[in-house]
Design a protein around this ligand. Structure first.
Ligand SMILES: Nc1ncnc2c1ncn2[C@@H]1O[C@H](COP(=O)(O)OP(=O)(O)O)[C@@H](O)[C@H]1O
Ligand SMILES: [Mg+2]
Length: 325
């Protein structure tokens, strides 16, 4: 039996954190402690299990026992009354408008993931460009677009990754679209559709796993989802749009990006391209790094040759141009 010191006061304690929901009672102290540690779980309950999958909600529970073999219902009534009092208090300060806004935003939010792109271990420099992108994508009103253009290997993709990571909380969803060619772009849309459906099974989207659904239908379905008038806080990154279809170009491998862009005048679009001809929105030229030390640091990281800063490169004063190694 664990001896627990008596509490010195009678006031209820409010805990904020994750509640684990399950379909059976938690009575094992070891499992309890393991889950608490690995999943950062505060407590366990059974009633709300399943509800969260269908309805975004806040669960308020009164705690009356320790989730181990010393289960004791003696304090159940007190715990229930405390939770009810807390819920009432909370509703008196949260407005209905806030709740409606939260529920709407929730139904379009998709967890952050950069699994589509390989990210450098240590991002250096480019603070000015990051601020420029942020400024342009923060303007109010209509669709916000930025085109990052510059030589291959200069660092456009990594800049877009750094932007997405830094500002992830500004967006309800961020999707990475490989725009190298039309097929990759369509496959990226299919992955986006899967991710949306995983988190929102009731979203009106064709399933990418259904063989009879064409990739074009999936692209259009995702575009419709992004066009929804209440779904306004997404960011789409069209990465490596290096082969744009331009007036006068005949190449059949060229990508016409417009039919892959959502139509509604909301959301944000970030395009990276080697071409200086993409004029879909304000452009930011990504150039050579001003400071040779930054270039050398990247070179050190990518070559795996430790710290080149003290070595020959610096003493020789070589102007290192950043190219893919
Ligand atoms: N700011 C940066 N910090 C660290 N490494 C970088 C940075 N920019 C580029 N790199 C390195 O250079 C490589 C090429 O950059 P990338 O962003 O893919 O170029 P681009 O998209 O312009 O072709 C990356 O894989 C990364 O190793
Ligand atoms: Mg790139």
């Amino acid at each position: 039996m664990v001896i627990r010191p008596a509490r010195t006061e009678d006031d209820p304690l409010v805990h904020y954190g994750l509640i684990a929901s399950a379909d059976r009672l938690m009575k094992d102290a070891q499992v309890r402690d393991h889950l608490a540690q690995t999943e950062d779980v505060l407590c366990f309950e059974m009633e709300a299990a399943g509800l969260m999958d269908h309805f975004p909600c806040l669960v308020i529970r009164g705690i009356c026992d320790y989730s181990d073999t010393h289960k004791n219902d003696l304090w159940q009534g007190y715990a229930a009354a405390t939770a009810a009092a807390y819920a009432k208090e909370l509703l008196s300060v949260v407005t209905q408008k806030e709740i409606t806004r939260f529920i709407t935003e929730e139904s379009f939010s998709v967890g952050f993931s950069l699994s589509e792109v390989s990210e450098t271990e240590r991002f250096v420099a480019r603070q000015e460009e990051l601020a420029d992108i942020h400024k342009t994508l923060s303007s109010h009103g209509t669709r916000r677009t930025v085109v990052l253009h510059g030589l291959g290997g200069i660092g456009k993709t990594q800049l877009a990754v750094a932007y997405a990571k830094r500002h992830r909380s500004d967006y309800s969803a961020i999707f990475w679209l490989n725009s190298n060619d039309e097929d990759s772009l369509k496959q990226s849309f299919a992955k986006v559709a899967r991710r949306i459906l995983q988190e929102h099974p009731s979203a009106s989207l064709p399933s990418a796993d259904n063989q009879s659904v064409s990739l074009d239908e999936i692209v259009n379905g995702v575009k419709r989802w992004l066009d929804h008038p209440k779904n306004t806080r997404w960011l789409l990154v069209y990465d490596n749009y290096d082969n744009p279809k331009l007036p006068g170009t005949a190449a059949h491998t060229a990508v016409g990006i417009r039919r892959f862009l959502p139509e509604a005048h909301h959301g944000s679009v970030l395009i990276t391209t080697r071409s200086a001809q993409v004029k879909i929105g304000p452009r930011i030229r990504v150039g050579k790094l001003d400071n040779v030390k930054d270039s050398i640091e990247i070179l050190s990281n990518t070559s795996g040759r430790g710290n080149l800063m003290d070595g020959e490169l610096c003493s020789a004063g070589i102007d290192v141009v950043l190219i893919r190694l």
